[in-house]
Design a protein around this ligand. Sequence first.
Ligand code: PLP
Length: 366
Amino acid sequence: MIKFLDLHKVNQRFKADFEAELGRFLDGGQYILGDYVKSFETNFADYCGTKYCIGTANGLDALTLILKSYIHLGRLAPNDEVIVPANTFIATILSVLHAGLKPVLVEPDADTYNISSKAVKEAISNDTKAIIAVHLYGQLADMNALQALSKTHDLLLIEDAAQAHGALDSSGTIAGNLSDAAAFSFYPSKNLGALGDGGAVTTNDEDLMNVLRSIHNYGSEKKYENEIIGFNSRLDDIQALFLNFKLKKLDEDNAKRRSIALRYLDEITNKKVILPTYNRTKDHVFYVFMVRVEQRDDFRDYLLQNNIESHIHYPKPPHKQNALTMFNQLRLPITEKIHDTCVSIPMSPLMTNGEIDKVIQVINAY
Ligand SMILES: Cc1ncc(COP(=O)(O)O)c(C=O)c1O
């Protein structure tokens, strides 16, 4: 079976380093907000080119805490509108609701599947105070246009970079450093995935960093002194320990993902399979290689019969979810079409040439 992602193999590479460090971790006796978290925060800020990085318990919290912190700073107020892509994982939209703000869902660009800057422009109202750009599947959103819109209309711009660790724009700026603040997820399947939940915020905004440092740790900087109504959302030291090893391999892994993507793009020639739009730069890290097929179930059954796993990112758009009844009446045809036809095919930095050959050959024979 060709796995969608051979996570066990991906993480095996760090087993010896991880086990060697575990003894020191156990003996050190500080398991929360210790030295491993401090060093990972420094390393990840350096990697992204930002002044600050603050670890959080997961990516959803990273997004929510950015918004909550901006409310605390008076930059956002309850019920302000936040423009979000309709075509995203539900976490982006949940973060806005959890912060007591109003998500405004807009359609993606039909080619890149990322939020359409034209649709964003049309959705800006007097109540709009922020935009969240998601770098979906690992491909940077149209950040130049979104930066220009946020500047013109004095809006906060936030990146949901949960799927895009290491994606670079044409000037060499990395995801996480293209906005006021960015949220990352280290969910195990991510390009930089931990051994459980984890997340982080990157930013150059010192005021935001100061509030985040406090709000993610019970609103407290000094033990048992609580200045803000805070949360318990911290990156665990054991996850930071592992991520420090994995971060060193991230660029190499992303390059491998891009090389597999190029083979898929150049060699999959079946007209029933719509391939993604990609400009062949480093602006995509292929967390997911998504194709679109009209007869999706039939295609996935066929892949499985040929021992190829696939996934759907995502089967039901957020605005159709029972949890989000307030959006159920929205008509978002581009988003709906994408969700009805998308299939993610195997993508892992450890795929062998034989496996890549087989995926291409089986898809072409469909
Ligand atoms: C686009 C996007 N945003 C946010 C999240 C939330 O991250 P987490 O699962 O770590 O809370 C995820 C990942 O699951 C995601 O893919």
